[in-house]
Design a protein around this ligand. Structure first.
Ligand code: SAM
Ligand code: MD0
Ligand code: SF4
Length: 372
């Protein structure tokens, strides 16, 4: 395609997205394949305009508490896979977790993301899930903030217990919607079981976050398929993270992708899901990476971690944590420099409540299920 034809096509596709029309798979692939500075600037500008239309100049801030690094799984990309001897394994007590959550809440975050590996302790047939549910209840009542739980795959009953205990969100990332690729990333795990967990979470009236990894061998068509699955699932928050190679894992020598790929996916997500939440995760490139992701259309800063409590990140297990960079205080100057600001906790709560009410309404009118 010559420059003129491409520019014309780009203008058409961006105008279509700005008008709220659904983009076709070839159009999505076309956007993901853009490479000139001018084309990319136009894509990111449209993404920012759509964000501003739905969220004004306000971003949401998520606190991250990775409270157990024990895991029964062996994901090829993950530092904490069970066969890796290198990570420091810890399981924080409820008191320590609440302390971290309260300190995050005091610092000004809008949500607490309670994350763990598929730790057998919390899956024990006796009272494993019950202890997770109690923890959710404690964090929610002590912080007064919405809570997200990222525990891996759970049973329908387990999801119901967490919802009952006050969880607002269930995060569980498929990583890819190419079954073959999934198999090589999430070794010995069921694609369908993982996907079903998210559908079952919606049935429990939880909000859900779906996500993919960039740079793990996926094609542009695979990314377009993932975006389509996110739509089908009705995900309320959609994320992409660049793969970061991990010492001691089977993908330790696999290269990390050029960040442009993640940025383009963020922008296309904003075009397809203008009123959904899209993270700029500090877990890939630290606070240094925030500005580019926000410029591409992200509207949530995730992976804010309190220093001095011995808590880890995931893709970047230690980057910027002890230095206190991955904090509200570390991120606010960056937002200000971009003429953006943090929303209030009340504004975030209102967003969550509105979305949860609409999930409940869809259930009562039977709009979920069937085609979904
Ligand atoms: N254990 C739970 C699970 O797997 O669903 C929740 C926590 S898991 C550590 C959270 C996510 O971190 C993974 O789903 C994956 O998308 C991301 N992640 C893990 N290792 C990564 C890496 N090396 N690079 C980028 N993202 C990574
Ligand atoms: C993040 N490190 O937000 C966290 C994590 C799990 N729900 C989220 C990957 O980047
Ligand atoms: Fe375990 Fe989650 Fe890491 Fe997979 S991504 S090894 S499930 S902590």
């Amino acid at each position: 395609m010559n420059d003129g034809t491409r520019t014309q096509k780009l203008e058409q596709v961006l105008a279509k997205a700005a008008d709220g029309e659904r983009l076709s798979k070839p159009e999505i692939i076309f956007l993901l394949g853009l490479s000139t500075e001018r084309d990319l600037a136009a894509l990111f500008r449209t993404a920012r305009e759509l964000r501003a239309r739905h969220f004004s100049n306000k971003l949401f801030l998520y606190g991250f508490v990775y409270f157990s690094t024990w895991c029964r799984n062996d994901c090829a990309f993950c530092y904490y896979r069970k066969s890796n001897d290198l990570p420091h394994r810890y399981r924080k007590t409820d008191e320590e977790i609440v302390e971290a959550a309260v300190s995050l809440a005091e610092s000004g975050v809008h949500l607490i993301d309670l994350t763990l590996g598929e730790d057998p302790f919390y899956r024990h047939r006796g009272n494993g899930i019950q202890s997770l549910a109690e923890l959710v209840g404690k964090v929610k009542s002590q912080t007064g903030l919405p809570v997200m739980i990222s525990p891996g795959v759970l049973s329908k009953r387990g999801l119901a217990q967490l919802a009952e205990a006050g969880a607002d969100w269930y995060a569980c990332y498929q990583e890819t919607h190419n079954r073959q690729l999934f198999k090589s990333l999430r070794l010995n795990q069921s694609y369908d079981r993982r996907y079903l967990s998210k559908k079952q979470a919606v049935e429990q009236h939880l909000l859900i976050e779906e996500g993919i990894l960039a740079g793990v061998g996926e094609s542009l068509a695979d990314i377009a398929d993932s975006l389509n699955s996110m739509q089908e699932l009705g995900a309320h928050q959609v994320r992409v993270m660049s793969f970061v190679p991990q010492a001691g894992s089977s993908m330790s020598a696999w290269p990390t992708p050029d960040r442009l790929k993640e940025l383009k996916i963020i922008a296309v997500m904003r075009l397809l899901f203008p009123n959904r939440l899209i993270p700029a995760s500090l877990d890939v490139d630290g606070v240094e990476g925030a500005q580019a992701r926000i410029n591409a259309g992200a509207n949530v800063i995730t992976s804010l971690i309190p220093p001095q409590l011995g808590l880890a990140g995931v893709a970047q297990s230690s980057k910027g944590i002890e230095e206190g960079h991955r904090t509200v205080r570390g991120i606010l100057p960056i937002l200000e420099g971009m003429n953006l600001t943090a929303a209030t906790a009340e504004e975030y709560k209102a967003w969550v409540e509105k979305e949860r009410a609409s999930v409940s309404l869809m259930h009562s009118t039977g709009e979920l299920g069937g085609a979904r």
